[in-house]
Design a protein around this ligand. Structure first.
Ligand code: HMG
Ligand code: MG
Length: 301
């Protein structure tokens, strides 16, 4: 399939990128990160997580973060909501899109959200209904769509089963997530084509962690399979607390460099994202994990 002429990049660093940081990051830093990203042109920023603060302490200030940001008109600010409690807190904080998050593997579902896949869908049902009633966008994320750190390789048919259940809940968008970054392009092609038999490919996104350095190749494969939404994290920040050794999402700077180099429109200013990647890395005391970002920053200095 021909490459899309434009893609939507969902910037997930304020949530996926920061959730695993051990030292608490000030609310003002989180808010500035979100503001910088929205100003750079992202139309969708994953801003917060309304989960148990005992499970993920770094995300405990979601409401304060939402209150501190400048709401850029047209930007969708999303947040993770695993249950009704999360949903109610997210709505009170003024999020534009709620994200229910499940898994295509039983073991990961238990470790991450403390219930089976079937129980998770039961928890999502009222969230989905409430989102529809409130006229809020509903997204679903499916972890371990390629491999599970506990159960091994995931059969694309299992992913398709979970997709069917998410579609039945009325999800507007569904993330196919490679949580531990072990997927390779031919397997990404297979899973994307399998799920695209259930709904238009335009509703699926690729959420690829870059642990094994496969994410850009996987994005390219997904684009050839008809996918046009991708998640990325500035400076490659991130990791999942319930997937040992999993590193960050693919770095936004690398994705933008590749897209723009291929003439694929993103609407995002790469230069300003590079600056933000260097800024946030300095704030949290590490070197930015983006090849393109560091190369561009070195040229500038
Ligand atoms: P649980 O213990 O089964 O829930 O946790 P519970 O309903 O029995 O409640 C236990 C306690 O948690 C209670 O408090 C509740 O009030 C509280 P206590 O009475 O003990 O003081 N609680 C909450 N507090 C705040 N907000 C809430 C909430 N719900 C319950 N929403 C739960 C179930 C899902 C809440 C828990 O397992 C949890 O928070 N897990 C965190 C999951 C998480 O955030 N993981 C990382 C994000 S997912 C990810 O990174 C993957 C992704 O990037 C895609 C990919 O790469 O694969 C999306
Ligand atoms: Mg993730």
């Amino acid at each position: 399939m021909a490459l899309p002429s434009k893609v939507k990049i969902v910037e997930v660093s304020p949530r996926d990128g920061l959730q695993n940081e051990q030292v608490f990051i000030d609310t003002s830093v989180k808010a500035e990160l979100i503001n910088r990203l929205a100003d750079a042109g992202f139309v969708n920023v994953e801003a917060a997580s309304f989960v148990s603060p005992k499970w993920v302490p770094q995300m405990a200030d979601g409401a304060q973060v939402m209150a501190a940001i400048n709401r850029r008109p047209g930007t969708i600010y999303s947040a993770l909501t695993p249950n009704m409690k999360g949903f109610e807190n997210a709505i009170a904080a003024g999020v534009d899109e709620v994200v229910i998050f499940g898994a295509a593997s039983e073991a990961f579902s238990q470790k991450n959200i403390n219930c089976s896949i079937t129980e998770s869908i039961q928890r999502f049902e009222p969230v989905a209904e409430a989102a529809k009633n409130a006229g809020i966008r509903l997204r679903a994320s499916i972890s371990c769509a390629l491999d599970c750190p506990y159960d091994g390789p995931t059969d694309p048919k299992t992913v398709a089963d979970v997709v069917k259940r998410m579609l039945a809940l009325g999800c507007d968008e569904i993330d196919i997530a490679d949580t531990i970054g072990t997927g390779t392009p031919t397997r990404v092609d297979r899973v994307m084509k399998t799920v695209s038999e259930l709904a238009d490919p335009s509703i699926f996104s690729g959420h690829f962690h870059d642990t094994y350095g496969q994410a850009l190749a996987n994005i390219y494969a997904a684009m050839q399979a008809g996918i046009s939404i991708f998640h990325s994290s500035v400076a490659g920040l991130g990791g999942c607390p319930y997937a040992k050794g999993a590193t960050g999402n693919v770095a936004t700077e690398d994705v933008l460099y590749m897209m723009h180099g291929m003439g694929v429109h993103t609407g995002i200013d790469l230069d300003s994202v590079v600056d933000t990647g260097q800024w946030i890395s300095e704030k949290i005391g590490r070197r930015a994990d983006s090849r393109a970002g560091n190369a561009i920053a070195a040229k500038k200095s």
